[in-house]
Design a protein around this ligand. Structure first.
Ligand SMILES: [Mn+2]
Length: 251
């Protein structure tokens, strides 16, 4: 994997957060959460050079060739203005928002299908969403393979968007076992990082997906970070001059 090189300017920072899950459990709470995320973005934008969105930003995103979901405009326009102001915004597709076409790229985000290695001020880091890594997660992998399947995507695409989005939102809102795998998923991602680190040492591994805020030593030189979720919490990771700090945003 080719490492992407990032040089932070003086006094600039890199921020990491994800699993906002906009859309659940209902419009009202989702809108409140969207406002909170925008407040957070406003609080960091003067210091930020790089913003890493770790996936599952939307609980159900499905994009058509000429149609996009009409919610989340405030969030996306905030991101767009940040990009206009020179901030690099990286978006890692999560298992809830992988059905993108080119809308995010048009806004100016850098979109990643999988985890990616970066070198940021001499720190070697691996960043990603964290779904489907390592052994296990088999039920999840089957679902993903169906949704990644070209024929089933084609059939879903043939539905009128009003119907397709309604069905998708319903499926995402009625997905009740999402909390049950928190520890298992977090342990799986951690183990993946540990094995990865046996072959290639990195300073930090930064993921989401598990919904469990974590800072866990992999070796003396390497740390695993998970930024958790924003449904009931609001944590993020910030990097500056050789140090990573997990923080909590309170309004
Ligand atoms: Mn996820």
């Amino acid at each position: 994997m080719e490492r992407i090189q990032i040089k932070l300017e003086k006094n600039k920072k890199a921020y990491f957060a994800g699993d906002f899950h906009f859309g659940i459990p209902n419009d009202e709470e989702s809108t409140r959460r969207e406002k909170k995320v925008i407040e957070w973005l406003e609080s960091i934008e003067n210091h930020a050079q790089e913003l890493f969105l770790l996936g599952d930003i939307f609980d159900f995103w499905f994009e058509y060739k000429h149609v996009v979901p009409k919610n989340y405009f405030n969030f996306l326009s905030k991101i767009s203005r940040m990009i206009d102001n020179g901030i690099n915004v990286h978006f890692f597709k999560g298992n809830h928002d992988m059905w993108t076409i080119d809308y995010f790229e048009k806004i100016g985000l850098k979109v990643y299908n999988d985890y990616q290695s970066f070198n940021i001020d001499k720190q070697n880091i691996i960043v990603g969403h964290g779904d489907g890594l390592g052994k296990g997660d088999s039920g999840y992998k089957i679902i993903k393979s169906i949704f990644k399947n070209k024929i089933s995507q084609f059939l879903f695409r043939m539905l009128h968007p009003d119907l397709g989005m309604k069905l998708g939102m319903h499926l995402s809102r009625s997905n009740k076992n999402r909390e049950d795998h928190t520890d298992i998923n977090n342990e799986r991602i951690y183990r993946f990082c540990k094995e990865y680190n046996n072959k290639e040492i990195n300073d930090a591994y930064i993921f989401g997906h598990s919904h469990k805020v974590s800072e866990k030593e992999i070796s003396e030189l390497s740390t695993y970070f998970n930024t958790g979720e924003w449904i009931s919490q609001s944590n993020y990771l910030v990097y500056k001059s050789g140090k990573f700090n997990l923080k909590n945003f309170k309004d």
